[in-house]
Design a protein around this ligand. Structure first.
Ligand code: IPE
Ligand code: IPE
Ligand code: MG
Length: 243
């Protein structure tokens, strides 16, 4: 009997499609973002229940500042409110929170909330939840390189990797984007080198447990080769010794 296929240890998600979800209902875009928070709550629980170790979500990109002022301020308010509302429950549920992204440019109230949430959940180990907020993959790489230069350290793959914003977790295994677009939009450019990509046409507020299970099942049917050949991966241990 073969073992049950492994659940991805680290799932990364571009939570896209909130605006369209709202517009289709003749609601303001911010109502879509509110519904997006509900969807994230459900997804966090589903990941923890399925034994996923790390969930990293894209909540606000470095480029999202270019949206209309009322949408940006709506998103900022939503984040401050969600922090106050959600953190006690996340703490209870064993979720360890990390906020990943540039903190300059965020309000003092917001930064205070982020720090408090991280401190309150630091002892948890059931699921690591990285919320990428004011994050960009290019920002992450450039910042890590600048940090190494500042310290006078050599710039190598390994040193850069250790200086990046997600150094506390292994690279994502499964990269999901909802909302139908098939692009990375500057998310986890360095860390997703060998992630399996999965694009869902579902808008983020509609992405439920069933949709998550479909993405996980697709992942389980992929052959991850990391540059090797299929024959190498499928060789028996004795074959490998001979090779
Ligand atoms: C993703 O949903 C959430 C953020 C970028 C903050 P969008 O707001 O991009 O939704 P669409 O793509 O316009 O539908
Ligand atoms: C990516 O979605 C950012 C987040 C989900 C937070 P966007 O909606 O900003 O991406 P583009 O503009 O369609 O590439
Ligand atoms: Mg979008």
């Amino acid at each position: 009997m073969s073992a049950a296929p492994a659940v991805p240890h680290h799932i990364a998600i571009v939570m896209d499609g909130n605006g369209r979800w709202a517009t289709r209902r003749f609601l303001p875009r911010v109502a879509g973002h509110k519904q997006g928070v509900e969807s994230l709550r459900r997804c966090v629980k589903a990941c923890a229940d399925r034994g996923v170790g790390v969930l990293t979500v894209f909540a606000f990109s470095s480029e999202n500042w270019n949206r209309p002022v009322e949408e940006v301020s709506g998103l900022m308010e939503l984040m401050v409110g969600a922090l106050a509302r959600e953190v006690p429950k996340l703490k209870e549920d064993g979720v360890q929170l990390h906020f990943v992204g540039e903190r300059g440019g965020l309000s003092d109230k917001m930064v205070g909330g982020l720090l408090q949430a991280e401190a309150a959940t630091a002892q948890n180990h059931r699921l690591v939840l990285n919320v990428c907020f004011n994050y960009g993959g290019r920002w992450d790489i450039a910042r890590a390189a600048a940090e190494l230069a500042r310290r006078g350290e050599p710039l190598t793959e390994a040193s850069l990797d250790r200086a990046m914003a997600l150094a506390h977790v292994p690279d994502p295994d499964l990269f999901i984007r909802t909302g139908g677009e098939q692009r990375l939009s500057n998310f986890l450019l360095w860390q997703s080198a060998y992630a399996e990509l999965f694009f869902s046409d579902k808008l983020w507020p509609e992405f439920d447990e069933k949709a998550l299970d479909e993405a996980i099942a697709a992942f389980q049917n992929r052959e991850r080769r990391f540059g090797k050949t299929s024959a190498q991966l499928n060789a028996s241990p004795t074959d490998r010794q001979i090779a």
